[in-house]
Every structure is written in C-alpha cells, then in structure tokens.
Write a protein that binds this ligand. Structure first.
Ligand code: GCU
Length: 424
C-alpha cells in the first residue's frame, strides 16, 4: 500500500535517540501559508522536526514542537476552540445507587457549556458500587442518547435535535422506543465488573451533527463574537473536556485515570480531545478513520474530499482546500496521535471496515512511535499488522478483529485489558 511504504521509508530515516538541548534559536511559530503555497510531500512529515527544518533534540524542544503541531492542526483542519468557561456550572440531577441490579450507581449531571444561555450536556455516569477509594473511568460521546446506552428507565431522554438515523427517533426527537438499543455494544456491566466507571453524553447535546445548527455551541460562541472557524469534531472534542471538568470533581472518580473513548466520528473527537487536553490519561479512538486516525495522504478508504463533501461541518474551511491535494498538509494524523505521547493510545479496528483504512491507521501508529521512544517510553511493539483478534497492547497499541464497522462487547474487553495494563 502506498501509505505504508511511504511511512516505512520515513521511519527508516528518522532518529530515535535523545540528544542534549542545543543553543539553537527557538523555531518560529507556524507560518500558516495558504494551502496552495505549501509544498506537496507524499511522505508524512517527521513529528520530530520543526517547520523550519530544525530537529527536535530535547524534551523542551518537543514541548515547543507540540505547540507548533497543535497550531497547525487548529489552523488547517479542526479550527480553534474557545477557552474553558470561567465558572464551570454543574448540577447533579439525580443519583440512583441501585443500577444494574445493585452493582452500580447511576448519576446524571447537567453541565452548562458557558453562561445560563449556553447549550447543556447531560452526562450519565455509571460507577461501580464495589470499590475502595476512587475508580478509573472511560468517558465517551454517544450517537443517539444516553437512554440507548443503558436500559434503565430512569435515564433521561435527550431533549436536543437528533438525526433520523437514530433508532426510535421521531420528528428529530428521541423516544422511549430506543431505550437500551446500544447497550450490547457499550457492555457497561462488563466495565463495572472490572472496576471501571463509564461516563457518556449525547454528542448532539453539545453540537448537533448537521451544518449551520443554531442551537449548538459553535453558534453560541459565534453569537458572542468568537469568530473561530471550528468544525463539529473540534466542538465535540472540546465538550469532552467540559465533561472532564466535572469528572475531576466527582469524589468517586480518579481524576488522573480518565480514558477518553469513542467510535468512528466520536473516535475522531476523542483523539482530538486527548491531543489538546493532557488531563486525559489515555485515548481509545475506535475505527476513527479519515479525519481521526487514518492518513490524509492515502488512496485507501475515505478521502479528505469525500469526508468534506459529505460532512462539510466536521472540519474548518481551510481543510477543504486540501480536497485535491492532501499531500500539501503540513502534518498527518500520526502527529495527532503523537500529541498524546507519552500517554497510552489504542487504535482498534475491524477488518471489513476498509472505509476507516485499518492498514493506514497502523502506519500512522508506527509513524507516531518515534515520539514515544524519544520521550523514553515504549511505542508500538509491532512492525507488521498483527493477526486478527490478537491485540498489541503496548503503550501505543493496535487491534484488528474480524467483522464490520461497529463497537462491540469484545472491543470493550480489549479496551479494559489495555486500561488494566496502562492505568492500574
Ligand atoms: C461515515 C463517515 C466516517 C465516520 C462514520 C461514523 O462513514 O464517512 O468518517 O467515521 O460515518 O461516524 O460512523
């Protein structure tokens, strides 16, 4: 495959050793040239080289290079995000200590994403009752409402607009008909049994999945004069950080052990959240594909043009200028993964989900790996794609199973094994 070979060529030319800091002048911040003025590079850029060509030689160099990479992603792809609201507003709406047959406590919390007029997210947290002290947690967006994830009649129905593809959705509103319809894929009881809390909220609470949504957080900030051209993926990632603002205050949750997870478009948002917010201890973007974990420079699966044409609201306007020349991008998605280093990241895939480009994602993990090693930890412990069903659970991990694009109980079992290894 073109991508894998290119990536391999680059991997062979990069250095993995850490050398002492030099007295070289600090590199300039990214210049943000217009896409048409950028030079095309068929090989993804080396994360350990600054835009001005200087190598990253020390940890403090890497800290500056991280800022540069973040700025590039914001400018050319995801858009900028607003500052954290000055005064976080949370309200615990209800707590039921007898969920899942008494194994868990179900907590429902409303979080305002700004002042009293801002959109609100409704966070559902399921916490194991058998615990001594605080517990680690998974946090992730869901597609169609908290009521689909846990079949408990006390879970509030979403009140926000919902896409017609969601089961039980009538006139773009959730109904009781879909209660528990996604419960098998989330397998929350399995996480509870293994000592983890699971927190989730409906992505449409923060930003509806459609262009020009007047009720979302992007429109809310635009009305307040914030001109940031941020797409829905960045908006969802930012809202995951707002949920984390609450989780770190919850007495049952270990604030230092929150993993951000997500499937597909929600996986893209999960990786963006972890890349930009270092409070997330781990990221598990499942089958996140184009715009998440798969290379922009690829002819396999979904292309930059395909994703921009079908989902024009997911990324900013500048990214669309790369539709016909993604190799001009001054980064690729291995650098979004590298922004998480040295924190653990797992890329789970399914073999029939070629749209999400599992091989390209493996190449991205390999290309991010030198940053992990540069920081003194293990990267991806595999030179080749592992056999189906055999996860590589190194700090930068990879998994591919038989089957299609979906989130399953088996996927969660691997998430839990990965978390046991790196969060315990
Ligand atoms: C579409 C889209 C993908 C996305 C997926 C999903 O297939 O093209 O980029 O990941 O939807 O979110 O399920």
């Amino acid at each position: 495959m073109r991508m894998s070979l290119a990536s391999l060529a680059w991997l062979l030319t990069c250095t993995f050793t850490m050398t002492p800091a030099t007295s070289a002048p600090p590199p300039q911040a990214a210049q943000f040239r217009a896409p048409a003025e950028l030079t095309a590079h068929p090989i993804p850029p080396n994360p350990l080289v600054f835009e001005n060509g200087q190598p990253v030689k020390s940890k403090s160099d890497w800290n500056r290079r991280r800022l540069e990479i973040k700025a590039l992603f914001r400018h050319y792809m995801y858009g900028g995000t607003p500052a954290k609201p000055v005064r976080p507003r949370f309200a615990v709406d209800r707590t039921d200590a007898d969920a899942l047959g008494g194994k868990a406590t179900l907590k429902q919390v409303t979080i305002a994403l700004g002042d009293a007029t801002a959109p609100r997210i409704h966070l559902m947290i399921v916490i194991p009752n058998r615990r001594s002290g605080t517990v680690p947690a998974f946090l992730g967006l869901n597609f169609c409402g908290n009521h689909t994830v846990l079949a408990d009649p006390r879970v509030a129905l979403p009140v926000s607009w919902m896409s017609g593809f969601c089961k039980g959705c009538t006139n773009n509103r959730a109904t009781d008909a879909a209660r528990g319809s996604e419960a098998e894929g989330w397998a929350i009881e399995q996480s509870i049994d293994r000592g983890y809390a699971v927190a989730t909220f409906y992505n449409g609470d923060a930003e509806p999945d459609r262009p020009e949504a007047a009720e979302g957080i992007r429109a809310y900030y635009a009305r307040r004069g914030d001109r940031a051209d941020w797409g829905t993926i960045a908006a969802w990632g930012w809202s995951l950080s707002r949920a984390l603002d609450y989780l770190v205050t919850d007495p049952a949750i270990d604030a230092r052990r929150v993993a951000v997870v997500g499937h597909s478009r929600n996986g893209k948002a999960a990786l963006v959240a972890a890349a930009l917010d270092e409070r997330f201890a781990m990221a598990i973007p499942l089958q996140a594909g184009c715009g998440g974990t798969a290379p922009n420079r690829s002819t396999v699966g979904e292309s930059v043009k395909a994703i921009n044409d079908r989902f024009p609201h997911w990324f900013n306007a500048v990214y669309k200028q790369f539709n016909l020349g993604p190799d001009r991008l001054p980064f690729d998605q291995h650098e979004l993964i590298a922004l998480c280093a040295p924190r653990p990241v797992l890329l789970p895939n399914a073999v029939e989900d070629t749209w999400a480009n599992p091989e390209g994602q493996f190449a991205m993990a390999r290309a991010a790996s030198p940053v992990y090693r540069f920081l003194g930890v293990d990267g991806l412990a595999a030179d080749r794609m592992p056999p189906l069903g055999q996860p590589v659970l190194s700090r930068l991990g990879y998994f591919i199973r038989p089957g299609k694009h979906s989130m399953t109980r088996e996927d969660w079992r691997v998430f839990l094994d990965f978390a046991d290894r790196h969060l315990r």
